[in-house]
Design a protein around this ligand. Structure first.
Ligand code: SF4
Length: 182
């Protein structure tokens, strides 16, 4: 059983979590705190459920919550809100090239859930999208391989390449083997 206590990031961040609604800098600072918080999904869900008017909750500013409510996009029910917030976070981390396993660990879900979220976010469940996505993935993989090769040829260490390009070290070793054979 996991008995780790998850602490709210805002408790120790020293950042005003109730900024003036029009102060974009202060709101961005509060949102940045929430983005590091393990309680983000629950916090956002609770704030939407109980219609919190003031402050930043779960990375949602007053204006954002207002807009979600106004456009009827706020999912009803805490669980749907959690899913929506989790998908938003999965999209953000995937956009930073964070590996699936690291995203899963950070959000406290399984790799399969993250993979399913990514598929849905990419629209892979829609007709024709899967093939288009596969082609785009292949192009991205090729581009990454070329960047690994370039760094290897420039003499960069395997560990540094893996960290900079967010790839597993095994992938770098594999490219090095291929370069040596060529
Ligand atoms: S998500 Fe909620 S608990 Fe976490 S830092 Fe933001 S306001 Fe605090």
């Amino acid at each position: 059983m996991n008995t780790t206590v998850q602490r709210p990031a805002c408790a120790t961040a020293g950042v005003d979590m109730y900024p003036d609604r029009d102060d974009e800098t202060a709101n961005a600072a509060a949102v940045a705190v929430c983005l590091q918080c393990p309680l983000r999904a629950d916090c956002a869900a609770t704030a939407l459920d109980r219609v919190e008017i003031f402050g930043v909750w779960g990375a949602l500013t007053e204006k954002r919550r207002e807009s979600l409510r106004r456009h009827g996009k706020a999912p009803t029910g805490a669980n749907m809100i959690r899913v929506a917030v989790r998908r938003e976070e999965v999209a953000r981390l995937a956009g930073q090239d964070v590996p699936i396993s690291a995203i899963a660990e950070r959000l406290g879900v399984t790799n399969d859930i993250v993979t399913a979220d990514l598929r849905r976010l990419r629209g892979d469940h829609l007709p024709g999208q899967r093939e288009a996505r596969a082609a785009a993935d292949a192009a991205r993989a090729e581009e990454k391989a070329q960047r690994i090769d370039a760094m290897l040829q420039a003499g960069a260490a395997v560990k540094r390449i893996a960290q900079e390009l967010h790839v597993h070290r095994r992938a770098v070793y594999r490219r090095r083997e291929l370069l040596e054979v060529a």
